[in-house]
Design a protein around this ligand. Sequence first.
Ligand code: SAM
Length: 243
Amino acid sequence: VDFGFKEVPWEEKVKHVKSVFDSVAEKYDLMNDVMSFGIHRLWKRFAIETAGVRPGMKVLDLAGGTGDLTRALARRVAPTGEVVLADINENMVNVGRRRLVDAGVAQWVDFTIANAEKLPFEDNAFDRVTIAFGLRNVTDKDAALAEMVRVLKPGGQALILEFSRVEQPLLAKAYDFYSFHILPRMGKTIANDEESYRYLAESIRKHPDQETLKAMMLDAGFDKAEYTNLSEGIVALHRGWKY
Ligand code: SAM
């Protein structure tokens, strides 16, 4: 199938990740709700509950963006713990900071501009690392996974929430149609930005499937890795342990 937008090499598009999120930052939260029919909230809640975060823990929310996970995590680490929201994009972090101040949780949050491929944190610093809908956008995923292992304390866990592979053939077809035809149109109507949402669909298709990501996690140094499919594999939650 030719979806008609292969003329720009993928590497070029990856370079534009920053500008993609620059251009969608303000409308980002609304679009998440519209595009997923609100279901992204349930996926995120499942990730948070699985993380088993307790008061006093130190948590890194990588690619934290506008802070959905950070907000829920901050409430769980309070009053003695801390969540670090790290993201490569300053605009997303600024929107996130505003939202978390409004939510009354900013005193438990540290905001950092950082690239997941090379984290500015010491070894063995965090009880949990979370990354929701972020790994897909990272160019060197192996480096990012290795960095997660490095900054986790022994006994710590990483939780990776990301779009994955739908197995059921009919659903996969419907989902493809939605992603490549309906979604960019919605992006155009709501955010006046068709290209960013084409990029989104393409990046989902290119992202490693469940088993591939699990193998990459083990290669990167996690001692154990598992995953759970959500919504028939539209999304998967991968969990990695550092012993
Ligand atoms: N985690 C948030 C959520 O679930 O709502 C935001 C997800 S948003 C789809 C992806 C985020 O990844 C963007 O904020 C983007 O700036 C960030 N990002 C992309 N590449 C990154 C990298 N190499 N290092 C850190 N953050 C990155």
